[in-house]
Ligand binder design. Structure first.
Ligand code: NOJ
Length: 757
């Protein structure tokens, strides 16, 4: 009785709070609407179009390319700006130029803050291998705290484009191939940037990109066509965008590619119908760089006026750099091709973003040189950067327990990336403070003075690649470098190499057809291996490389991605076992480029491959296994984990309001304490549409001491069984299901259950 009364009181209390919060929200919305109505009543058409125009000081495209951006800020034809550079004071002065405009509307000040502002974290693909949402959120929070003080209120992140093709250079900016994990990461980053309240001085408005399906560029060639079924869009590619919208992202950037034959920037179905109507997105949509002008090249517009009309009528609100809106839409309204209400709706959405950021009450709320000095590159920020770097590394091989190293061994540290600050960053960290980077050499030296370092090799001997980058391969120089490395190697107990690709070999517009380790690097490894000393290979890259050619010459391999400011300290901790690697791949590592696209959540086909490569008339290759080099979810530890059998709370369920509990024991069977990420996959073997062989549905991290066993449990509900059917309805179907739990997407324990509606 007493309990019931408490429950009733509690329920009343909660509903009072909910009612008053929603009343408050309604009140806030009314205030905002009144403010914007009043402002828009004063605005001319030109001024409204100015709000739809996003300038960049460095961009020299569009019909008004010769006019300086400062002029445009003053006359109100440029209502927003991105990539302003300089000290916080200088940035503020530039933003203040808008005060000379008639209505003095404050500016959105954007920047590509992709993996940190001054404190640089691992590239997003690396960070995703941590599978650690609070940590990922914290990196975005720190980026926002640092960048907001320096004059920015808007970041072009997170990039959530799912990709199954490591030839695409931009895989480094995303979170890999999985829709579920990608969605979790997208939401964590949005929350990190935007904080609890956008008006807070430390918040940045996030910009989700690139909407949509940009990661599916054919043949991994950047900006290329994408073409896929609606089912694949809904089931796989759209999921992370939707998760970010649900997490409250404030803005969205269109992608360069076409979707269903219509470029994303002009795609009404994508923006007006799916994003706004179906998903209820209330923020504003900005194009990617000159994407409106590119509609002409795509072949859907004859000139920039028509391109502008297509874009605004599709639901795009803001024109990045092409200046087609400001250049054309006045005439388009006169011609009746664009209605005033369309312009008003777009302008309102942009003004709402400014209002939500609190810019009308305090246009420079966030620019604060003192705060910038206080909050930038702090010890705490660096500690998070180190933690992120530690958790991003993935141990791929560890023959004969080569790692961890003893602290007193003599180390020959070899490679062009070994003592290199610049290369710990990526093409997306231009704001980072390079001087503060700890190189791998410096990091190791702190823990073991017996280390000497040599460059060992040039980056590449591929003449076509070198031709592109404007460099040369010098044979005599290479011999000298290898000999120097061998001299060091001979005097050492162990050889640690740091090889891979440079930061300018991945990222936007950096697609590659050959993603193996360069020949000259493999030749160096071979020479080092011939000394008989154990060889550790640290691979730095912005994508999964096809490293099969290097494996015979390495005893241990760690994928270190591009680790950022704290790279050296983190690598040293891992090498010496002060941190036991725990990262798990979020993108499949192919054996060769010929296997691409290769991903874990593929379909079974009518003639499935069953590991027997020699069988004819099966879906397999003649010359290679279907299996990847390293599957999604893969990553070793210095210890070993063993999984027991899955115990299900039930094997026959009826009705949709039930919960099925799957339990499993995980034991640490090795010598080191360590963290494991246990992964739960589901499979629906008979459904109205073909379903993937496995889909990640949940995961859990568990820390175990040597010899320790812990039981973990996952609660499965019908929500986990849902998929998009051929009518694109998100639902589940009765029948038998398989559940898999394991250390990666391949090595799993299986159980089955039947669940009927
Ligand atoms: C083009 C890129 O595709 C996009 O990701 C970036 O945010 C913009 N340029 C602005 O720099």
């Amino acid at each position: 009785m007493k309990r019931n009364i408490t429950l009733v009181v509690l329920t009343c209390f909660i509903s009072i709070i909910i009612t008053s919060v929603s009343a408050q929200k309604k009140d806030d919305k009314q205030k905002m609407n009144m403010f914007i109505d009043k402002l828009m009543n004063k605005m001319t058409l030109e001024e409204k179009l100015g709000q739809l125009n996003l300038l960049s000081p460095n961009a020299k495209t569009g019909p008004f390319a010769t006019k300086k951006y400062a002029e445009k800020l003053k006359d109100g034809s440029g209502g927003n700006i991105f990539s302003l550079s300089g000290s916080p004071d200088e940035v503020k002065l530039k933003l203040q130029l808008a005060e000379n405009s008639r209505l003095k509307i404050p500016l959105l000040s954007g920047l590509d803050i992709i993996h940190g502002y001054k404190t640089i974290f691992p590239i997003p693909l690396g960070l995703s291998c941590s599978w650690n949402m609070p940590l990922i959120q914290q990196t975005a929070r720190i980026a926002a705290i640092e960048a907001s003080a320096a004059g920015y209120n808007w970041t072009y992140s997170p990039m959530v484009d799912i990709s199954r093709d490591p030839r695409w250079g931009r895989v480094m900016e995303g979170s890999g191939e999985d829709p579920y994990l990608g969605g979790k990461i997208a939401a964590a980053m949005v929350k990190g940037y935007q904080g609890n309240d956008l008006t807070d001085e430390t918040s940045l408005m996030a910009c989700l990109k690139h909407f949509a399906m940009y990661g599916a560029a054919e043949a991994g060639r950047d900006y290329n066509t994408t073409d896929m079924s609606r089912l694949t869009m809904y089931q796989t590619y759209l999921a992370p965008y939707k998760a970010a919208v649900d997490a409250g992202v404030g803005s969205i950037m269109t992608s360069f590619n076409e979707v269903d034959g219509i470029p994303a920037t002009a795609n009404k179905w994508l923006i007006a119908d799916l994003l706004r109507k179906q998903w209820g997105f209330k923020g504003f949509v900005v194009t990617d760089f000159i994407a409106i002008q590119e509609l002409i090249n795509h072949g859907v517009a004859a000139d920039y006026k028509q391109a502008a009309e297509l874009a605004i009528n599709a639901g795009t609100d803001m024109d990045m750099v092409s200046e087609s809106f400001i250049g054309a839409l006045k005439q388009s309204v006169k011609d009746g091709n664009v209605t005033m209400s369309t312009i008003d709706a777009a302008c309102r959405r942009v003004l709402e973003a400014k209002y939500k950021l609190g810019l009308f009450t305090n246009p420079y709320r966030n620019v604060d040189p003192d705060r910038a000095a206080r909050v930038t590159l702090t010890i705490e920020n660096r500690m998070t950067a180190k933690d992120a770097a530690l958790q991003s590394m993935v141990l791929l091989e560890n023959k004969n327990n080569t790692l961890p190293l003893k602290k007193n061994v003599n180390i020959a540290l070899i490679g062009p990336f070994a003592d290199n600050k610049t290369e710990m960053f990526s093409m997306w960290s231009p704001t980072g403070d390079e001087g503060s980077v700890v190189t791998i050499y410096d990091g190791i030296k702190k823990l073991n003075a017996n280390v000497s370092c040599a460059i060992g090799t040039q980056i590449s001997d591929d003449s076509l690649l070198l031709n592109y980058t404007g460099s040369n391969f010098d044979l005599a120089e290479q011999k000298k470098l290898v000999n120097e490395a061998l001299e060091l190697a001979k005097k050492s107990d162990v050889i640690v190499t740091v090889l891979g690709e440079t930061k300018s070999m991945s990222g936007e517009a950096h697609s590659r057809t050959d993603i193996s380790l360069a020949n000259c690097q493999v030749e160096l490894l071979k020479a080092l291996k011939s000394t008989g000393k154990p060889v550790v290979l640290l691979v730095t890259s912005g994508r999964p490389l096809t490293i099969q050619n290097a494996l015979p010459y390495a005893d241990a391999v760690i994928e270190i991605w591009r680790l950022g400011t704290e790279a050296g300290n983190a690598v040293a901790d891992v090498l010496f076992g002060d941190y036991n690697p725990s990262g798990k791949l979020t993108m499949t590592f192919p054996r060769s480029v010929g296997q691409i696209p290769v991903y874990y959540n593929h379909k079974n086909t009518g003639r499935p491959y069953n590991g027997e490569r020699k069988r004819n008339f099966r879906s397999n290759y003649m010359d290679q296994s279907n299996d990847p080099l390293y599957p999604f979810g893969y990553g070793l530890s210095y210890t070993t984990f063993s999984y027991g059998n899955i115990v299900l709370s039930d094997t026959l369920l009826t009705g949709s309001n039930k919960i099925l509990r799957a339990k499993i024991n995980i034991s640490n069977t090795g010598k080191y304490a360590g963290e494991e990420t246990a992964q739960l996959y589901l499979n629906d073997p008979v459904a109205s549409v073909t379903r993937p062989v496995k889909e990640l549905k949940q995961f859990q991290k568990v820390f175990l001491q040597p010899g320790e066993t812990k039981e973990i449990s996952f609660d499965i509900t019908p929500e986990d069984l849902k998929f998009y059917n051929s009518k694109l309805v998100w639902d589940w179907e009765s029948g038998r299901f398989n559940v898999y739990i394991g250390t990666n997407s391949q090595d799993v324990t299986k159980a089955s259950f039947v669940w009927n509606k």
